[in-house]
Ligand binder design. Structure first.
Ligand code: ADP
Ligand code: MG
Length: 686
């Protein structure tokens, strides 16, 4: 009896021609099974198709076929080096073919023999510098074809890899099974999986390679989206989260006691969040809103609600400065209500840290504010009900599973001020629900933004003086000059000296990454308390810092920042009732640099800035970073395949929503994929 081999269970070492040492080299590339090998796609092709000399440009790499016309000449020079040349007719031209260090070919190059040459063409000298050659009378060559090029390391060579994959295709290609449902194949006119895998390794022509790739890119993105959507569905149905008993009256009273009325947007998202918190599944919600839209108070209400229902809350922020700031504002809100707020950050004295940990474990602390380490280390909670992350890249599934291993499955709210256009958000965060605050609190005046050249620095100084005289404060931000933050710091120090010299009577603060935590804290405190007229800083103030009396944001060398970063920086002002200004000091050379400055002066709506940013950079750049939360794909490329990702997202969402997906035999291979990715344990996603 013959059984169908399971390619995912068949070790590469068992394949024909794969020795133990080769198997080891393959393992180093992440290839463990036959399936891994077949899915190890080439990243480009080497073109050995025979070309016409008439269509070749000078300096191009080409493959041509011709006849040897002269006895080859061999010159030896240097240490063991050799130059071999002979005349070859190609079509109706007589050209010179030159080989380096291939002396052994001399005897094989007999006059009249047909030969295929690959190399670089020198139009003027009618000469071809040969890199590869083979005789047409020898079978099994690469001439006339597209040869795949794989990413390889160690003892592996391209030709061995090609042969190995070709043999695997011959031996096992017939067992490659389809994973995509038939209706999707038809709808998008995609070739069968078996065929696509064969053709991507051995395409007849470029088009065939492209079609094979198109099918496999779709598959990759579809499976990714399917995982996100299935994960979300599974989490929602699992009912092992915290079903908060929300005390409506207390929440309303808390909101009513705030010094301002919530905006409609804040009310809407608060309701969405509280609705999720009531449910027995673990909330996984993204709250996006422009800088200054008032996300913190929404988080505070959610934290209040979790405490009122007998649980603890955690607020995670990216920097210690922000942690301190949030600690102060939350304490202001909660201390009168007898709700205990504590701090937990890396640089704490051991003694204070022990106390903080004990408070959390025993339940004396209701809310903890801290950096990322908060939930990862030896931290234990009595009953963690809600985790809020602020201005942080997303709270990943791996962090969730850390908590789950501790027996906790809290609701998670992720806040971001980098608004992502809705379709993109759903695409990148398919496993999350999205809440959006569109407007800013009433009475905020738009920030006036100016772009000035360096030569106008005197005017900028005048601006700082004017705001200081009016009792307002200014930030002066210095960019990252180099990868090294030493230069970065030096730049800030220089600017600080310069401005202090210009205004001996003003108090100018300094803040940078090389200062101790205590020094940073003191600088921030003094600025927040209005004791400084201006603060010269590196980008440590970029996110979240809230000093309503600051009305002027000066960004030095603004062309060095990306649009979303500039918008973030600008968001540090315009947080109070006074008219605020942003001055970008920049002499951008590139067209896109100038365009960025223009966008900034034209709009201060974060969603519009994000849209223009996306236009300028393209989704590849937007999502090409690790922070985006998107995984690294094998084939797909976010700049060229973003549209496919959107299609795949719609298809996956639709499929997961159908009841038959979860039981029908047709979808068994897909469900099998999901369970192999441990989606049902809710553990592995990123
Ligand atoms: P962000 O969304 O950027 O985190 P914050 O939460 O820091 O914004 O809020 C910015 C400022 O607006 C804070 O000083 C906050 O107290 C204030 N604020 C928040 N909501 C309102 C509101 N509804 N009306 C007036 N001011 C508000
Ligand atoms: Mg904030």
């Amino acid at each position: 009896m013959t059984t169908t081999p399971d390619l995912h269970a068949l070790p590469v070492g068992k394949l024909k021609g794969v020795s133990a040492s080769k198997a080891e080299a393959l393992h180093a590339l992440g290839i463990a099974t036959a399936a891994d090998l077949l899915e190890y796609y080439p990243f480009r092709y080497e073109d050995y198709r025979i070309r016409n000399l008439t269509e070749v440009k000078d300096g191009e790499k080409i493959t041509v076929q011709g006849t040897v016309m002269s006895v080859p000449a061999l010159q030896r020079y240097g240490r063991g080096k050799a130059r071999l040349s002979c005349r070859v007719t190609i079509e109706r031209w007589l050209v010179t073919a030159v080989w380096f260090n291939r002396a052994f070919l001399k005897d094989q190059l007999t006059v009249g023999r047909e030969i295929v040459l690959t190399g670089k063409w020198d139009q003027r000298r009618k000469q071809l510098t040969v890199t590869e050659s083979e005789f047409a009378d020898k079978a099994g060559g690469r001439a006339g074809s597209l040869q795949p090029v794989y990413s390889i390391t160690g003892s592996l060579t391209q030709s061995w890899m090609r042969r190995c994959i070709e043999q695997a295709l011959e031996q096992l290609g017939g067992y490659i099974e389809e994973v995509l449902p038939g209706d999707l194949l038809t709808r998008h006119r995609l070739m069968a999986r078996r065929e696509a895998i064969r053709r991507i390794h051995t395409p007849e022509d470029t088009r065939e390679g492209q079609e094979a790739r198109r099918r496999l890119v779709y598959e990759e993105l579809f499976l990714f989206q399917l995982k996100l959507h299935a994960y979300r569905q599974v989490t929602r149905s699992r009912m092992d989260g915290v079903a908060h008993a929300i005390d409506n009256e207390a929440v309303l009273a808390f909101a009513a006691a705030l010094p301002f009325e919530l905006t409609d947007g804040q009310k809407k998202v608060t309701n969405e969040i509280l609705r999720d918190m009531r449910e027995p599944y673990a909330m996984n919600r993204l709250l996006q809103g422009d800088v200054g839209s008032g996300k913190t108070v929404v988080a505070a209400i959610a934290l209040f609600a979790t405490v009122k229902s007998g649980h603890q809350g955690a607020l995670m922020v990216p920097t210690e400065i922000l942690a301190e700031q949030h600690l102060r504002s939350l304490q202001g809100l909660f201390a009168p209500l007898g709700i205990e707020v504590a701090l937990l950050v890396g640089g704490m004295p051991a003694r204070r840290r022990r106390d903080a940990l004990a408070g959390l474990q025993m339940g004396m602390t209701d809310i903890v504010v801290g950096t990322h380490a908060l939930i990862q280390e030896d931290v234990a909670f009595r009953s963690l009900g809600l985790v809020v992350t602020d201005e942080q890249h997303r709270f990943g599934v791996s962090q969730r599973s850390i908590l789950r291993r501790k027996g906790m499955n809290p609701d998670v709210l992720t806040m971001t001020a980098t608004p992502i256009p809705r379709t993109l958000a759903i695409t990148a965060f398919g496993d999350m629900d999205v809440s959006t605050i569109r407007e800013r609190p009433q009475g905020r005046r738009p920030i006036r933004t100016y772009w000035v050249k360096h030569e106008l620095m005197d005017r900028v100084l005048g601006f700082i003086r004017r705001e200081a005289a009016a009792g307002r404060q200014a930030y002066i931000i210095c960019p990252l000059i180099e990868e090294s933050d030493k230069l970065d710091v030096q730049n800030a120090i220089d600017v600080h000296v310069q401005i202090q010299q210009a205004f001996p009577d003003l108090r100018i603060g300094l803040l940078h990454g090389r200062m101790s935590a205590a020094e940073k804290e003191e600088a921030m405190r003094a600025f927040g308390a209005g004791e400084l007229h201006a603060l010269v800083s590196t980008t440590v103030v970029e996110v979240g810092v809230d000093v309503p009396n600051a009305t002027l944001m000066v960004v030095m060398d603004a062309e060095r920042f990306g649009l979303s970063q500039l918008h973030q920086l600008r968001g540090r002002v315009g947080r109070g009732a006074h008219q605020s200004y942003c001055v970008l000091v920049a002499d951008p050379k590139s067209e896109t640099g100038q365009e960025r400055m223009r966008v900034m002066t034209e709009t201060d709506d974060g969603f519009e800035v994000a849209r223009r940013d996306l236009e300028l950079r393209g989704p590849g750049d937007f999502f090409g970073t690790k922070q985006s939360g998107l995984p690294e794909f094998r084939l797909a490329d976010m700049s060229s395949d973003f549209g496919v990702l959107e299609t795949a997202r719609d298809d996956a969402a639709e499929l997961v929503g159908r009841a038959d997906f979860w039981r029908d035999e047709t979808y068994a291979p897909l469900r099998e994929r999901l369970s192999r990715a441990q989606i049902f344990e809710g553990d592995v996603l990123d």
